[in-house]
Structures are given as C-alpha cells and as structure tokens.
Design a protein around this ligand. Structure first.
Ligand code: IMP
Length: 183
C-alpha cells in the first residue's frame, strides 16, 4: 500500500486504507453506480455526519449518465436505542423521495441497527427503489440481518476513525481510515 501524504496521527495504531486505496475504491464504486443508474435520476442521501467525506468523493465519481441529486438525513446514535433497534430522525429529507431512485450513503455498517431502521422509515415513503452504499462494513458485528448492496471495504471488528468517521467527534478530518489506538 502506498504511503499516505500526511503524517499518521499519533492516536492511530494502524492505517487500514490510505488516500490512494480510498480514491481507487471510490472510483470503482462510482463506475458501478454509473452503470447501474445510467439514464436515471438518482437521489443520493447522505447520513450525517459520518458519510460527508465519502459522499463528496463518491458523487464526483459518478458519471454524466446519471442525473444526480443530493440530500441528507441525520439520525440519533444507536447507542441509546440498541435495545429496540429503532432510531430517531434528527434531520429529515428536504426532497420528496416518492417514486424516485434513492441511494443512502453511510460511513460504516456495524450492528446494522441504524440502517435497517432508517431504510424501513424511508421505504415507507415509497421510493421507486432504495439501495445502500457504505464505505466500510463490519460484517461480523451484525445484531440484525442487513446487507448493503454497495460496499467499499469489509473490515474486521476494530474501531476505526478518519475519512468522516469519529471517536467522540474527533478524527473525522483524517484523509485515511485507521484503527484507533486504545489507551
Ligand atoms: P450500526 O447501527 O451499529 O450499524 O452503527 C452504525 C454507526 O455506528 C455508524 O454510522 C457510526 O456512526 C458508528 N460506528 C460503528 N462502528 C464505528 C467505528 O468503528 N468507528 C466510528 N464509528 C462507528
């Protein structure tokens, strides 16, 4: 893996995906989305805040063949709601998704609780289609079955930060994804 162009944060134990690896994979995902949605109008919905950096790169990797629109949602953290698996929508869509092709963009799927609940909520608004694109997938951590259609990288059960992902709102700006050093 090529060296990253910035020095690694001292709180990061190991860089999992550097800038080059992220750029290459996002380019591939963009090409796949361009093929799958060519000639269609696509409402890309980012889940704030974690998806922000991934989404901005992903949107720019989608070709002219797709008529791209963007919107955002924010949901409450699963931490307080893990027992029920339901989430609270803190910031709702501005666009009406009814009858439209939707792509929900997330930073990471862990237990699956957030996205299974969010997609259920969004499906109730009757989009023509709804798929999920996540940068990272901790496949072995599911508490509820959930399979995103588009996945950047499958990762083991480690706590990662950077490229939008945070620990206590820190480290989102790191241009790579790395495993956080535990104290
Ligand atoms: P899920 O409902 O357990 O799938 O949780 C998804 C959310 O948990 C993500 O959107 C992140 O906000 C958070 N999360 C889960 N794992 C990590 C991690 O390794 N680093 C940072 N945030 C994480």
């Amino acid at each position: 893996m090529a060296a990253t162009s910035v020095s690694v944060h001292p709180d990061v134990r190991k860089v999992l995906f550097d800038e080059d690896a992220l750029r290459l994979r996002i380019r591939e995902l963009g090409a796949q989305l361009t093929r799958d949605y060519a000639g269609r109008r696509l409402l890309v919905v980012g889940v704030l805040k974690g998806s922000l950096i991934f989404m901005s790169d992903l949107l720019r990797a989608i070709g002219n063949e797709v008529d791209v629109h963007m919107d955002f949602v924010a949901v409450s953290s699963y931490a307080g709601t893990a027992s029920t698996g339901t989430i609270r929508v803190l910031l709702d869509l501005r666009e009406n998704p009814e009858g439209r092709d939707m792509l929900v963009v997330e930073d990471i799927v862990d237990t699956g609780l957030t996205l299974s609940s969010l997609t259920e909520t969004l499906r109730a608004r009757r989009p023509a289609s709804l798929e999920v694109c996540t940068l990272l997938d901790k496949v072995e951590c599911r508490k509820t079955p959930f399979t995103p259609k588009y996945v950047g990288f499958k990762i083991p059960n480690e706590f990662v930060v950077g490229f939008g992902l945070d620990y206590d709102e820190r480290y989102r700006q790191l241009p790579y994804v790395g495993i956080l050093r535990t104290p």
